[in-house]
Design a protein around this ligand. Structure first.
Ligand code: FES
Length: 99
Protein backbone atom coordinates (compact mmCIF):
# COMPACT_ATOMS: atom_id res chain seq x y z
CA UNK A 1 0.00 0.00 0.00
CA UNK A 2 1.40 3.35 -1.09
CA UNK A 3 1.55 5.93 1.71
CA UNK A 4 2.18 9.45 0.36
CA UNK A 5 4.60 11.67 2.27
CA UNK A 6 5.17 14.78 0.19
CA UNK A 7 4.46 16.43 -3.13
CA UNK A 8 7.42 16.15 -5.50
CA UNK A 9 7.42 19.86 -6.25
CA UNK A 10 8.24 20.55 -2.58
CA UNK A 11 11.40 18.43 -2.64
CA UNK A 12 14.04 21.09 -2.96
CA UNK A 13 17.69 20.70 -2.06
CA UNK A 14 18.01 20.75 1.74
CA UNK A 15 14.48 19.50 2.35
CA UNK A 16 14.22 17.63 5.65
CA UNK A 17 11.03 16.41 7.26
CA UNK A 18 10.00 13.83 9.83
CA UNK A 19 6.88 11.66 9.56
CA UNK A 20 5.23 9.15 11.80
CA UNK A 21 3.60 6.44 9.70
CA UNK A 22 1.75 3.75 11.63
CA UNK A 23 4.10 4.23 14.56
CA UNK A 24 7.20 4.18 12.37
CA UNK A 25 9.28 7.38 12.53
CA UNK A 26 10.70 8.26 9.12
CA UNK A 27 12.94 11.04 7.86
CA UNK A 28 12.81 12.24 4.27
CA UNK A 29 15.68 14.38 3.02
CA UNK A 30 16.93 15.72 -0.28
CA UNK A 31 20.71 15.55 -0.54
CA UNK A 32 22.46 16.46 -3.78
CA UNK A 33 19.21 15.88 -5.62
CA UNK A 34 18.67 12.41 -4.18
CA UNK A 35 15.61 11.47 -2.17
CA UNK A 36 16.85 9.83 1.05
CA UNK A 37 14.47 8.01 3.36
CA UNK A 38 15.46 6.29 6.59
CA UNK A 39 13.98 5.05 9.79
CA UNK A 40 14.44 7.77 12.40
CA UNK A 41 16.05 5.56 15.03
CA UNK A 42 19.75 5.62 15.58
CA UNK A 43 21.03 2.02 15.40
CA UNK A 44 23.16 2.69 18.48
CA UNK A 45 20.57 3.55 21.16
CA UNK A 46 17.52 4.68 19.25
CA UNK A 47 17.87 8.48 19.32
CA UNK A 48 16.22 10.54 16.63
CA UNK A 49 18.57 11.57 13.82
CA UNK A 50 16.23 14.25 12.51
CA UNK A 51 18.25 17.13 14.02
CA UNK A 52 21.58 15.53 13.21
CA UNK A 53 24.32 17.47 11.45
CA UNK A 54 24.68 16.54 7.82
CA UNK A 55 27.59 16.34 5.44
CA UNK A 56 27.06 15.34 1.83
CA UNK A 57 27.43 11.67 2.71
CA UNK A 58 26.59 11.21 6.34
CA UNK A 59 24.39 12.28 9.21
CA UNK A 60 25.68 12.57 12.77
CA UNK A 61 23.57 11.37 15.65
CA UNK A 62 23.07 14.24 18.12
CA UNK A 63 23.24 11.91 21.14
CA UNK A 64 26.70 10.31 20.93
CA UNK A 65 28.08 11.50 17.60
CA UNK A 66 28.03 8.28 15.60
CA UNK A 67 27.82 9.02 11.88
CA UNK A 68 25.95 7.04 9.27
CA UNK A 69 26.36 7.11 5.50
CA UNK A 70 22.99 8.24 4.14
CA UNK A 71 23.50 6.28 0.91
CA UNK A 72 24.47 2.93 2.41
CA UNK A 73 23.34 3.19 6.04
CA UNK A 74 26.77 2.06 7.26
CA UNK A 75 28.29 3.59 10.38
CA UNK A 76 31.39 5.54 9.33
CA UNK A 77 33.08 6.34 12.66
CA UNK A 78 31.95 3.55 14.95
CA UNK A 79 31.35 -0.16 15.12
CA UNK A 80 27.57 -0.12 15.02
CA UNK A 81 24.73 -1.75 13.08
CA UNK A 82 23.54 -0.01 9.92
CA UNK A 83 20.98 2.75 9.74
CA UNK A 84 17.82 1.34 8.17
CA UNK A 85 17.31 2.98 4.78
CA UNK A 86 13.90 2.82 3.13
CA UNK A 87 13.08 2.79 -0.56
CA UNK A 88 11.12 5.78 -1.80
CA UNK A 89 8.03 5.02 -3.86
CA UNK A 90 6.36 7.34 -6.33
CA UNK A 91 2.77 7.76 -7.34
CA UNK A 92 1.60 10.59 -9.56
CA UNK A 93 3.00 13.83 -8.07
CA UNK A 94 3.89 12.32 -4.67
CA UNK A 95 6.77 10.59 -2.99
CA UNK A 96 5.96 8.06 -0.31
CA UNK A 97 6.66 4.59 0.91
CA UNK A 98 5.15 1.21 0.18
CA UNK A 99 3.97 -0.52 3.33
S1 FES B 1 22.06 6.95 20.14
FE1 FES B 1 22.93 7.63 18.29
S2 FES B 1 25.05 7.51 18.61
FE2 FES B 1 24.18 6.78 20.43
Amino acid sequence: MFVPLERLLNLEEGYRQRFLIKGLPIVLMVIEGKHILFEDRCPHQGASLFQGALTSDSIRCPRHGFEFDVHTGKAVNANCPELKLLNPAYERDRIGIDL
